[in-house]
Write a protein that binds this ligand. Structure first.
Ligand SMILES: [Cu+2]
Length: 567
């Protein structure tokens, strides 16, 4: 029941109906299909960068920002009409935003920010955003809620549906306080995005996502800097997102062909966008660069490489590591980040392509192939030499949670009634808001959380509030575990899968060296993470948060649970 890669999922890729079975990328209107996404000419426009296509947010006061969520339209490719999209406006009017991803906040570790978000979007969803009113608290009303992904903040500032299930309506303002408190919020790349209950997939798809870059005295963003990393124009944030388009330029989000259902199991695009432009190119100099990559896709797990040059990963979600690690490929699930150094000095005059490959097993993701990501044009002259070697060490951290583990919680990942009108996913065999909160760590204690995946796919599990150490993954007989323990809606939480292990725990991947906020829970394995459940200075228990799958279709229906930090 829970392990099928279904026929219906295949039909949903790129087509509104089954007629396009053999032309899965044809789009909604076959006559004008040539104008829609997957066949657009690649590498015509430059990738937007901070200050040049991405707006670096201007404060509205001392350590304060005031955003308005509103609709704009941008041409994401020369052959597409302007695409309506939803954006965070810092008050600039967003003239500087070139594509569908266009905002970055630059913060300092140790300096808190007060930020407000005012809803200036339509009252109800437009036609191009197919809401499923079974999943939303207030029907087709546009209810917004911004979450700082990776933020170490009070529950009321987190932007989560355990605190604010109805979100914020038109004209309403969400005001938050982001602590930027170290060591939980060191120099790192976070992002803020919408988290509206039952509509996260749609609000993020429509454009409500932005970068949040934290600096400190070492990782200044300038060049030179005390740690010998590329900076300034040689540090490049890259947000990768897949999308589909209608011929009129609107983003296409397919709907289900199950009676009474609009929601689909995963959204996959036939067109790749980087920093909000379709298949762009990046012009660089033949020298060392720092790429800071975020998988901003709804559901696609990326396997990225750029051909010749080696990749040295220096950090992930929770900031810089203690030393660089060489990796061949960046396997990033939605919301995962990679901070990498790449030396292009031996590639002068060459044209490279960032490609996306099917992620290797045991990672499993039903995305259809979408190989091309971005072209990289390496010039022949260097205007500023910058660092010429990979630093031997860095002022960051390898993940190492100190303290006794006071509790181990077994959290099951289930998928129920695939292809039926009642199809949903869940944690612990229950809906998001069903029954009492079961994950209740005591403030300041260390716990192990074990994500026990009995589905057929990888789920990127994201915890709010805390970053964690990946302890390891243990292969197990998921089918036998499920059969022995199955309840009405999958396996309930709290059941130790260790008796069903088929081998020893495998250590984390080298790319999981540091603290993480999102972990790939693969099929056939149970994945153990360890976190210390501290609260920010001055914030007292109880505080409410959520943890969930970051395939946002899964999160919306209903692979998410509240958790509470208790006294
Ligand atoms: Cu999932």
């Amino acid at each position: 029941m829970s392990k099928q890669i279904t026929r219906r999922r295949f039909l949903q890729y790129g087509a509104a109906g089954g007629a396009a079975l053999f032309l899965p990328w044809a789009g909604r209107a076959p006559v004008a299909a040539a104008a829609a996404g997957g066949q657009l000419t690649k590498y015509l426009e430059p990738v937007p960068l901070p200050g040049n296509g991405i707006v670096v947010a201007s404060p509205s006061g001392a350590n304060a920002y005031s955003f308005t969520q509103r609709q704009i339209a941008r041409q994401l490719h020369p052959d597409l009409p302007p695409t309506p999209l939803w954006a965070y406006d810092d008050g600039s009017g967003l003239d500087g935003q070139a594509g569908s991803f266009g905002m970055a906040v630059v913060a300092q570790s140790g300096t808190p920010l007060e930020i407000s978000y005012t809803h200036d979007l339509p009252d109800t969803y437009p036609d191009w955003i197919p809401v499923d009113t079974r999943l939303t608290p207030l029907g087709d009303q546009v209810r917004l809620m911004t979450h700082l992904h990776g933020g170490f903040v009070a529950g009321a500032s987190d932007g989560n549906p355990a605190v604010t299930p109805n979100g914020f309506g038109p004209g309403e303002t969400q005001t938050v306080f982001y602590t930027n408190e170290p060591p939980q919020m060191p120099a790192e790349l976070l992002w803020f995005h919408d988290h509206g209950l039952g509509a996260t997939r749609l609000n993020v798809f429509a454009g409500l996502a932005a970068a949040y870059i934290i600096r400190d005295e070492f990782d200044t963003g300038d060049e030179p800097n005390p740690i010998g990393l590329p900076g300034g124009a040689y540090e490049i944030p890259l947000v990768v997102q897949d999308r589909q388009f209608n011929p009129d330029g609107t983003f296409l989000y397919p709907t289900s062909d199950i009676a009474g259902v609009t929601w689909i199991g995963e959204y996959f695009g036939d067109t790749m966008l980087v920093n909000g432009k379709v298949w762009p190119f990046l012009e660089i100099e033949p020298r060392m660069y720092r790429f800071r990559i975020l998988n901003g896709c709804n559901a696609r797990i990326l396997g990225l490489d750029i051909g010749g040059p080696g990749l040295w990963q220096i950090g992930a979600e929770g900031g810089l590591w203690d030393r660089p690690v060489q990796v061949d490929r960046l396997v990033l699930a939605p919301a995962e980040r990679a901070d990498v150094l790449i030396d292009f000095s031996r590639f002068a005059g060459q044209t490279l392509v960032m490609k996306n490959h099917k992620p290797p097993k045991p990672v499993s993701n039903p995305a259809p192939q979408l190989e091309q990501v971005m072209q990289i044009r390496v010039g022949t002259t260097v205007s500023q030499p910058g660092p010429t070697s990979i630093p031997a060490s860095l002022p960051g951290r390898a993940a190492d949670v100190v303290g006794d583990v006071v509790a181990t919680r077994y959290i099951t990942l289930n998928e129920i009634d695939v292809d039926e009108p009642t199809w949903f996913l869940n944690l612990n065999g229950v809906h998001f808001d069903e029954g009492p909160v079961t994950e209740t760590p005591r403030v300041g204690t260390v716990e192990d959380w074990v994500y026990v995946n009995v589905t057929g796919d990888t789920h990127p599990m994201h915890t709010h509030l805390v970053t964690f150490q990946v302890v390891g993954r243990t292969p197990f007989d998921a089918e036998a575990y499920e059969e022995a323990n199955e309840g009405a809606h999958g396996v309930p939480g709290g059941i130790d899968p260790t008796p069903f292990a088929t081998g020893p725990m495998e250590p984390p991947d080298p790319s999981e060296r540091g603290y993480k906020d999102t972990v790939k829970a693969n099929p056939g394995q149970f994945t153990t993470i360890r976190a210390k459940f501290d609260l920010p200075t001055g914030v007292t228990a109880p505080q409410s948060y959520v943890h969930h799958c970051h395939i946002v279709e899964h999160e919306d229906n209903d692979m998410m649970r509240p958790f509470e930090i208790v006294a």
